[in-house]
Ligand binder design. Sequence first.
Ligand code: CA
Length: 223
Amino acid sequence: MRLLLVEDEKKVASFIKKGLEEEGHSVDWASDGKTGFFMGLDDVYDLVILDVNLPNKDGLTVLRELRSKKIITPILLLTVRATIEDKVIGLDTGADDYLTKPFAFQELLARIRALLRRRGEADSPILTVADLSLDPARRLVSRSDRKIDLTSKEFALLEYLMRNEERVVTRTMISEHVWDHSFDTETNVIDVYVNYLRKKIDANHESKLIHTVRGVGYVLKVV
Ligand code: CA
């Protein structure tokens, strides 16, 4: 999953970013409210983690403005204030959940999982292409009813290809949706991951699903 973290305290931000990356997520970091707002307008994110006390634009304003721009990405608010009123204001403004600092990293992870699951169940039933199926909520992939183990990056890449079935996706599109801003476009890491996926998804099957479109990118389809 691709996450946006809006947090001005460098130490807290790098701790959260590092921890989430270890869980297989891609994390972009904005260190003030204004930057966070502009980055949050991009619909590539699966979740936004938003600190309330921010320079340039406070978190609640960022939240309100993103919602007024019809951005429906789930938003988890972080705050040191914990009064009932603050929580109610945050949730009424359009936050999906609320976490009070300091928090245990395990709790942050559990809440993120719950939010992503809720989103997954709401808008993504099981994806299928021919005999390949991917369950976003349960994180399961199978082909011909045989379970396939994927790393989190492979899973994210396959999910993106399947959501774009029969549509050619360029390396740029893949990098924007599956990797984070630090992605180096000069590397061949996408091709490497596509090859990993091919080995796991297509190698033992006569009908191949992942196809190269020379000079452009890739497409997942039945031919
Ligand atoms: Ca702060």
